[in-house]
Unconditional design. Structure first.
Ligand code: GLA
Length: 706
């Protein structure tokens, strides 16, 4: 049974295949955490733990006491999950257990616990899902106003995860910047609060809503790891709180900064979901749990089990200078390489000759495409490829017809400048007419053209997030309403155009999270396509997100930004570790490079089911050594590939032995290119040596049974 409860119905246990999560009502009738970690083996364990539930009064000056959903009120001084103000000005909350139920839904079993305020008409529903097969927990809360006066919500987190008491935790998290997103950081947790967050209106390049905590002893392979990820693409917050007694908890959800929500009588407010899990098999397994979960339960079903196509994108080749002729020529070469999806990036619409004009005017530019997109789409199709298009629906250039007609449709404050970034402003999607406008514009684009793929971009964060026409008590809701409108638009389009796939992009990797992953089939991790820089970005990405969603392009060398020259082989090997794309100016590639590229694309198609659907092992980290090695193994363990890439290193520096993982110990594998045949246990135990000579050398090793 995935949810076990005691006879007195005051303690519950959610069980995965290797994890358990237990909670019980304390003396104050508030649910408190009993356990989150390795699986407990019987209901009697639950009873034994329930006897030890801590109650208020243990610490006379207040504290967290393992509360499952702490609210601000009384002797409470930590990060609350919920803070509200009632119509009479009362700002403290008191909640107590009201009821509970269990229910199966989708791939999970749910425990719903309802709490109520004894003095005010407010209910809080705590939802706990356990995805048994994946060892993943999902939590969110719904706040319901059952009275006839409004309630103001000032903070509404999704959940808090209590970790066993311990003084030496380490936090692993992802931080970065434009062109260097998702770098891995690991640091000791000291008493105090560490906040990871976005206040920018999108998920952000600076931090990503994922965390892992371990007791200071975890490696890729070993050690207990608690991890979690938020499904939210707007302002978010994950706070790690530790005190001097060893109590540690990680809370997360919507960022309370500049947030408030006017909960009218009869209305409910649902927080985003916070997913979490535990493994005793290190950071590598923590990632693989999330990867499998994403592939099975998060990604849109329509394309989840189909291989992601090899894509060509014209951005780096032609930037804004797209037209029927140059795109047609690129398409011909792309098709000859084996590309399956041809994507026209920015520049095809409105007066979009640079980033200074045109955003918001989603009509085909008649100078660049005199007969509309039709002829190019037909050409791309006749070449055997699908057709994709770039859009940036949430934005507007002040130099656009849309802005000239509706200057009040952007976020702004009266008497304040409208700060531009990349010469653009953010449309106020909290306004229903703006949401309807972008849904309709995209709908028209998809119904007028035979499009199979949309790259949805969002190139700047918010500023002056004002909505002057709205009642004052609703103006801070924009942070949530905007993200909900993006989700709703994507839902509508997916429903109306089930054969269209979507990519999430936000000036590179600014919108990668489990929330957008429910509605998009792949994401763009970074505008930095330097094959070496990418290794660290891709490593960080892999901490939380699966390889099939990770778009990687092979682009020109030397790179414009980094000035670095890298051989084609290394560029392909770096990009083949995710969903392969090509983004270089093919019109300038040599015949020899095109021939080589054709072979790499063919090779990728032979192994992509391993990369896109397999278990990923980070064998050697680009942060730790001059050689990076990443392995993928099919779920049935019959096939595996290892990418080995070496950056400049010192003469005589030994090549590291590579220890494959995840193989079937007793099965015999044939190793290519060297032709060795050995058992899985020999390969994993003895390792393999991949000799790489010179700078930017790389190899692709394949292992197959039978
Ligand atoms: C962003 C994206 C790029 C490209 C440009 C187009 O920077 O990340 O891939 O689409 O916009 O303007």
């Amino acid at each position: 049974m995935p949810v076990v409860e005691t006879a007195s119905a005051s303690a519950w246990m959610l069980e995965g295949s290797a994890i358990s999560y237990a909670l019980a009502l304390g003396a104050d009738r508030m649910p408190r955490n009993l356990h989150f970690g390795p699986r407990l083996h019987s209901a009697s364990d639950l009873l034994a733990l329930a006897g030890s539930v801590r109650s208020p009064g243990v610490a006379p000056f207040g504290g967290m006491y393992g509360q499952e959903y702490p609210v601000w009120g009384g002797l409470f001084y930590d990060e609350p999950c919920l803070k509200v103000t009632f119509a009479d000005g009362t700002r403290g909350l008191v909640l107590e257990y009201n009821s509970h139920r269990t229910r199966p839904e989708d791939d999970a079993t749910w425990l719903d616990v309802t709490l109520r305020d004894p003095a005010y008409p407010l209910l809080v529903h705590l939802h706990y899902g356990v995805y048994e097969r994946h060892d993943v927990l999902e939590r969110y809360a719904v706040i319901e106003n059952t009275g006839d006066e409004p309630v103001t919500i000032e903070e509404a987190l999704s959940a808090v995860w209590h970790l066993p008491m311990w003084a030496g935790y380490h936090l692993t998290h992802l931080a970065g910047r434009w062109a260097a997103e998702m770098q891995v950081y690991r640091e000791p947790v000291a008493p105090g609060r560490k906040v990871l967050e976005s206040r920018r209106g999108h998920t952000s390049h600076a931090a990503n809503p994922w965390f892992a905590m371990d007791k200071g002893d975890a490696t890729e392979e070993y050690g207990g790891v608690w991890f979690g990820a938020l499904a939210w693409s707007g302002n978010w917050k994950i706070a790690v709180d530790a005190d001097t007694t060893g109590q540690v908890h990680v809370s997360g959800g919507l960022n309370d900064f500049d947030f408030s929500w006017h909960l009218a009588p009869g209305e409910s407010f649902r927080t985003p979901s916070f997913f979490a899990g535990y493994t005793d098999r290190g950071l590598g397994e923590a990632s693989r749990i999330l990867h499998r979960f994403e592939m099975d339960c998060v990604l849109p079903r329509a394309f989840a089990s189909r291989p992601r196509p090899v894509l060509y994108n014209s951005w780096e080749a032609t930037t804004f200078d797209v037209n029927e002729q140059n795109q047609g020529r690129l398409a011909e070469i792309a098709a000859s390489l084996g590309v399956e999806l041809f994507v026209v990036d920015d520049g095809w619409f409105g007066a979009r000759d640079s980033d200074r004009a045109g955003l918001g005017d989603w009509v085909v530019n008649p100078r660049k495409f005199p007969n509309g997109l039709g002829p190019l789409v037909r050409k791309v199709r006749s070449l055997g490829m699908e057709f994709g298009l770039w859009v940036e629906p949430e934005m507007v250039n002040p130099d656009s017809d849309l802005y000239r007609t509706h200057p009040d449709w952007v976020y702004h404050f009266p008497n304040r400048p409208r700060s531009e970034s990349r010469n653009q402003l953010v449309l106020n999607l909290a306004r229903p007419e703006v949401e309807a406008h972008i849904t309709e514009a995209l709908d028209r684009l998809l119904s007028d053209n035979d499009i199979n793929f949309i790259k949805w971009d969002m190139n700047r964060p918010f500023s002056e997030p004002g909505w002057p026409d709205a009642p004052v008590e609703r103006q801070r809701e924009v942070w949530v309403r905007h993200t909900r409108a993006v989700y709703r638009t994507l839902e509508t389009l997916r429903e109306r155009y089930p054969d269209v796939a979507f990519e999430s992009c936000s000036g590179g990797g600014g919108r990668v999270d489990l929330g957008i992953m429910r509605l998009t089939d792949q994401t763009w991790p970074s505008d930095n396509t330097d094959a070496f820089d990418r290794l660290r970005i891709q490593e960080g990405y892999s901490m939380a997100y699966c390889a099939r969603t990770m778009m990687c392009w092979v682009t020109d060398s030397p790179k414009r930004y980094s000035g670095r020259a890298i051989p084609l082989r290394y560029r392909f090997h770096s990009a083949m570790m995710g969903s392969l794309g090509i983004g270089g100016n093919l019109l300038e590639w040599t015949e020899r490079d095109l021939e080589k590229a054709r072979e790499f694309v063919e090779e990728y198609k032979r192994i992509r089911h391993i990369v896109q659907g397999g278990d990923q092992y980070r064998l050697l980290s680009p942060r730790a050594s001059a050689v990076t090695a990443v392995q993928y193994v099919t779920p049935d363990r019959s096939e595996s590939v290892i990418f080995v890439l070496s950056s400049p290193h010192l003469l005589g520096e030994p090549a590291p032995t590579i220890y494959p993982r995840g193989l079937e110990p007793a099965a015999a594998y044939e190793v290519h290119p060297d032709g060795t045949r050995a058992s899985g246990s020999a390969l994993m135990g003895h390792g393999i040596c991949v000799p790489l000579r010179g700078d930017w050398a790389s190899a692709l090793v394949t292992l197959r049974t039978g």
